[in-house]
Design a protein around this ligand. Structure first.
Ligand SMILES: Nc1ncnc2c1ncn2[C@@H]1O[C@H](COP(=O)(O)OP(=O)(O)O)[C@@H](O)[C@H]1O
Ligand SMILES: [Mg+2]
Length: 268
């Protein structure tokens, strides 16, 4: 299996050296992500997960190290290779769901008729075809996140980066979306990096879970979840998942405490 994404000693600092507000968000994080893998990133709040995702997406330039996508150093966004799904549905409110999707494709230079075909297909994949001509405000939170996913899928990139895409949703909705995502992924074979703060979601979805340490973020451990996709509901309720979730909690617990102690020191 070839490597889709290589993260090589990536560091990211915000603020000038000597500035008391300077934050080292990431310190020499390294990671190889094989093609077709779903990798979850989990770690305490503020440990650099979004920062790493932004570096992979080419939305931010690391202050040290480099990211390679398909063997080439990332120097800016790669819209033909990498699509991004954000935590909050970043849809244009004045455009229908269908038009939100075709707009993304227009930016990518896809011709008109193909734009329509791809938008239709992506909406069918997330089961939103009945809502193609609704506006975002007419959709529930879960439907908006599915619409965002459809927009990313329509771009037909090999790599999908998802930054806490279901975080704003209730637990039941996110579990069902997780099942659907696993089915979809098993079919498309995309490489996915998925940030979550839910232990259960991480184990349910991931082939591997990368556990971050408290800031400055480093990858502390990688956990393998040896379970084929698509993952089914039975896996959600299995002893295996519960055991792995508990292992993950053990790994994270001290890091979360350290983060809380760190934040209490800086607050006045
Ligand atoms: N543009 C920025 N300017 C200054 N500090 C930032 C910026 N982006 C992130 N940070 C800081 O870097 C750290 C890591 O942030 P982030 O990657 O968003 O964490 P996570 O996604 O794991 O919660 C945090 O302390 C955050 O405040
Ligand atoms: Mg984040």
């Amino acid at each position: 299996m070839t490597t889709a994404i290589e993260v090589r000693k990536v560091s990211q600092a915000f603020g000038a050296v000597g500035d008391p507000r300077r934050v080292i968000a990431l310190e020499e994080a390294s990671l190889d992500i094989p093609r077709g893998e779903l990798l979850c990133l989990i770690g305490p709040s503020g440990c650099g997960k979004s920062t790493l995702l932004n570096c992979i997406a080419g939305l931010a330039k690391p202050s040290g190290g480099q990211v390679l996508v398909d063997g080439t150093v990332v120097r800016g966004p790669l819209p033909k290779k990498v699509a991004f799904v954000f935590q909050e549905a970043a849809l244009f409110p004045w455009r229908t769901i269908f038009d939100n999707i075709t707009l993304g494709l227009a930016f990518q230079g896809v011709a008109g008729s193909e734009r329509n075909d791809r938008a239709k297909e992506a909406l069918e994949a997330v089961k939103l075809d009945q809502f193609a001509h609704h506006y975002p405000r007419q959709l529930s939170g879960g439907m908006k996140q599915r619409a965002q996913l459809a927009r990313a899928l329509a771009l037909q990139t090999d790599i999908l980066l998802m930054d806490e895409p279901f975080a704003a949703l209730d637990e039941q909705t996110r579990m069902v979306l997780g099942e659907d995502l696993s089915v979809l992924l098993a079919r498309t074979g995309k490489t996915i990096v998925f940030v979550t703060h839910s232990l259960v979601e991480a184990v349910f979805l991931a082939d591997r879970v990368a556990v971050f340490s408290a800031r400055p973020g480093r990858i502390k451990t990688i956990l393998n979840v040896d379970e084929p996709h698509p993952r089914r509901r039975e896996f959600m309720t299995s002893d295996k998942l519960t055991r792995m979730r508990n292992d993950l909690y053990e790994l994270l617990h001290d890091e979360v405490r350290r983060t809380m102690e760190m934040t209490s020191q800086v607050s006045v």
